[in-house]
Write a protein that binds this ligand. Structure first.
Ligand SMILES: NC(=O)c1ccc[n+]([C@@H]2O[C@H](COP(=O)([O-])OP(=O)(O)OC[C@H]3O[C@@H](n4cnc5c(N)ncnc54)[C@H](OP(=O)(O)O)[C@@H]3O)[C@@H](O)[C@H]2O)c1
Length: 332
């Protein structure tokens, strides 16, 4: 009798355990499915916040740092087309003047320029830029300026100058420029701040350690800032970027995973306020193939697995870059 009772109670325990694991499995699968479907909806169906909310065509200005090449230049083209006046901030005066003239002529908008080298961290530059910013109504700030290690380099061998430049441009430049626009955005209870992030901030990237950590900083700071400023009516978005064709990426040919700047920036501007493939608050991975990779990183394998992938990629890039340097040295 006691043996029968024991068997019944074992069966009950087994059934309870099976149901329990079944429920956990179903919840887990439902959560993963939901996040995947939500990403597809963001990418393919749901429209982002309209740029008219930030003053497109109503005399508002977009301030773009690092505006004379690559992604920043494309933001200038596309925001000018949406009828924002543009304040271009970058390093090279001649490139600023040429772009400003082109934007005014093609779009009938106003432009202003300010040439500064963010590596210098010059207080007078920020105070001059602040005066310019105070003279216009800023609807959008694109914190785009960025610099990187010249080639993937072990931290121990990286020059102090490169390390200081990355910190000064990518971190301090972004913090100081953002501070300049906040008083007026808060007073108007309106504004959009886009921070150009990188997948190397999502997954630590050996041999680009300072750039990678700087972009992780940007992601964390954007999340905190986004939460703080939401009550002031200001939208903060950290744009998670995989590779894009540009001088910085040193990639010239686009692929499915690596777009040119034009479709990339178009995806950013059409998906404001949507997460896309990003799972961090106030983060967005708006470009379709980048969103898929972001989703895979967040949902498959371990962080160590992905860091090892980055390690393999950068080790390979470093080898090729060193070989190129050797070839160039021989030719001289
Ligand atoms: N391209 C990618 O694959 C990729 C991936 C992830 C994230 N991102 C991020 O996207 C942003 C833009 O990158 P990008 O690829 O478009 O770069 P890019 O093509 O190299 O253009 C950089 C722009 O920033 C300006 N700039 C660079 N250093 C400066 C300094 N010290 N002071 C003032 N201006 C400076 C450059 O001015 P000049 O015209 O005078 O050179 C140029 O206009 C960066 O924040 C980068 O980290 C890019």
């Amino acid at each position: 009798m006691s043996c029968i009772l024991q068997t019944i109670s074992d069966d009950k325990a087994l059934l309870a355990a099976t149901i329990c694991f079944g429920v956990i499995g179903a919840l887990f699968t439902a959560a993963k499915t939901y996040s995947f479907v939500r990403m597809l909806l963001d990418m393919l169906v749901i429209p982002g916040i309209s740029l008219s909310k930030f003053g497109a065509g109503k005399g508002s200005w977009a301030v773009i740092t690092g505006a004379t090449d690559g992604i920043g230049k494309e933001f200038a083209y596309q925001l000018a087309k949406k009828k924002f006046n543009i304040l271009l901030v970058s390093r090279t005066e001649s490139k600023l003047q040429a772009l400003a003239g082109e934007l005014e002529q093609s779009n009938g908008i106003q432009t202003k320029t300010y040439a500064m080298d963010f590596t210098q961290g010059n207080q007078s530059d920020y105070s001059n830029l602040g005066k310019l910013i105070d003279s216009i109504e800023v609807g959008i700030l694109v914190n785009n300026v960025g610099t990187n290690h010249d080639i993937p380099t072990p931290f121990a061998e990286e020059s102090d100058e490169t390390i200081a430049n990355i910190v000064e441009v990518n971190i301090n430049g972004t913090l100081k420029t953002t501070k300049l626009v906040l008083p007026q955005m808060k007073a108007r209870r309106s504004g959009l701040i886009l921070n150009l992030g990188s997948f190397s901030g999502l997954v630590a990237t050996p041999y680009l350690s300072v750039y990678s950590a700087g972009k992780a900083f940007l992601s964390t700071w954007s999340q905190a800032l986004g939460m703080e400023l939401a009550r002031d009516g200001i939208v903060v978005e950290h744009i998670n970027t995989y590779f894009v064709v540009s001088a910085m990426s040193k990639i010239r040919r686009p692929t499915f995973l690596i777009p040119t700047t034009k479709p990339y920036v178009a995806s950013v501007l059409s998906k404001i306020g949507l997460s896309g493939g990003s799972s961090t608050p106030y983060g967005s991975t708006p470009y379709f193939s980048h969103a898929l990779i972001n989703w895979l990183i967040d949902n498959l394998f371990t962080t160590t697995f992905w860091v090892k992938q980055n390690n393999a990629i950068q080790t390979d890039i470093r080898k090729r870059a060193l070989r190129k340097r050797e070839r160039e040295a021989k030719q001289q």
